[in-house]
Write a protein that binds this ligand. Structure first.
Ligand code: SF4
Ligand code: SF4
Length: 144
């Protein structure tokens, strides 16, 4: 079992989802889900705002089914516009880098993300693979 200090250090370094609770709560959405602000966080040591990974909606294709809004419950990236009955990307930098669940679930392919090649370029620029490996080696040594 890791000590609390070690676990916090490793979560911080990796920007792992399990470190989400450190993002400040800034309100609640219309469903009562807590809204946290992840825009000041880092992704593998890179400021989150330097990585333009977030959904863009093609409103010509969107039919307002709501599955994107309802599915994104942990990061609460979307708000719902009741005047248009369409989603709004209200907190783009809350989106988890690499996640595209909402796009995969959209019945109209109305949600677009940057290309995989861009994601991998950000991964390499951040040195994420080496950092992940180092983290796992440290975890292994702590278990001895
Ligand atoms: S899942 Fe797609 S079609 Fe449904 S509301 Fe979201 S963007 Fe529109
Ligand atoms: S990709 Fe994931 S985190 Fe980002 S908006 Fe969609 S469901 Fe939310």
């Amino acid at each position: 079992m890791l000590s609390t200090d070690n676990a916090v250090e490793l979560r911080w370094r990796c920007s792992l989802p399990m470190g989400s609770s450190s993002a400040p709560v800034i309100g609640k959405d219309i469903l009562g889900r807590p809204i946290r602000d992840f825009s000041g966080s880092e992704w593998w040591g890179v400021p989150r705002k330097e990585i333009p990974w977030y959904p863009r909606i093609n409103y010509d294709r969107c039919i307002g089914c709501g599955i994107c809004f309802l599915t994104c419950s942990g990061r609460v990236v979307y708000d719902w516009d009741f005047s248009t009955m369409k989603p709004i990307v209200a907190r783009p930098y809350n989106c988890m880098v690499g996640c595209d669940t909402c796009a995969k679930l959209c019945p109209r392919d109305a949600i677009v993300f940057p290309h995989l090649s861009e994601l991998r370029a950000w991964r390499d620029k951040a040195g994420a693979v080496a950092k992940a490996r180092k983290t796992l080696e440290e975890l292994a040594s702590m278990r001895k």
